[in-house]
Design a protein around this ligand. Structure first.
Ligand code: NAP
Length: 161
């Protein structure tokens, strides 16, 4: 099983503000959907609650320390390891945030899908610093702003050396 992080981050590694995304970038939402559909997505409880409901056409697994937490449309586990162990037979599983879960996942994943947004936003939640000596860039797709997407951004994939 390949485990991957997928995240959008600004030029200061900001990823969230007030439990929401700091930006509106529909091209990134479309990319996220295309990459993750058909796979399992693993997320922290705060990210799940900020979305309001499970992502369709994906198995949703939520990580929480609360023993009695249940959702009708998502499985709940109590550690990242137990979430990953539910996905042993899958080809690729996606860890989709937020910051607390990314911090734990960064040392164990093989692939990073990062939408690098070339702009700085006010943020209260950040991606941990990534040591790029450990990661090989295998794909980069640079995009300019257009009428629907106000900021320049790049879809980048890194694989662990
Ligand atoms: N830009 C992006 O790509 C992106 C992606 C996702 C999220 N975000 C943003 O990130 C922010 C949320 O991130 P966050 O760091 O505050 O929260 P989070 O990582 O989504 O969720 C944290 C919660 O997950 C549970 N948890 C984490 N580690 C655990 C462990 N080892 N064992 C058991 N439970 C564990 C705990 O839930 P309990 O409190 O229930 O125990 C914890 O409070 C929001 O602003 C969101 O919009 C951005």
């Amino acid at each position: 099983m390949n485990s991957s992080i997928i995240v959008a981050a600004d030029s200061n590694r900001g990823i969230g503000r007030n439990n929401e995304l700091p930006w509106y970038l529909p091209a990134d939402l479309k990319y996220f959907k295309a990459v993750t559909t058909g796979h399992t997505v693993i997320m922290g409880r705060k990210t799940f609650e900020s979305m309001g409901k499970a992502l369709p056409n994906r198995r949703n697994i939520v990580i929480s320390r609360q023993e009695d937490l249940h959702f009708k449309d998502a499985a709940v586990t109590h550690s990242l390891e137990s979430a990953l162990s539910l996905c042993n037979r899958e080809d690729e599983v996606f860890i989709i945030g937020g910051a607390e879960v990314f911090r734990q996942a960064l040392p164990v994943v093989n692939t990073l899908y990062i939408t690098e947004i070339h702009h700085s936003f006010e943020a209260d939640t950040f991606l941990p610093e990534i040591n790029y000596d450990e990661w090989k860039e295998t794909k980069r797709d640079d995009r300019l702003p257009d009428e629907k997407n106000q900021y320049p951004y790049s879809f980048v994939i890194y694989e662990k050396y």
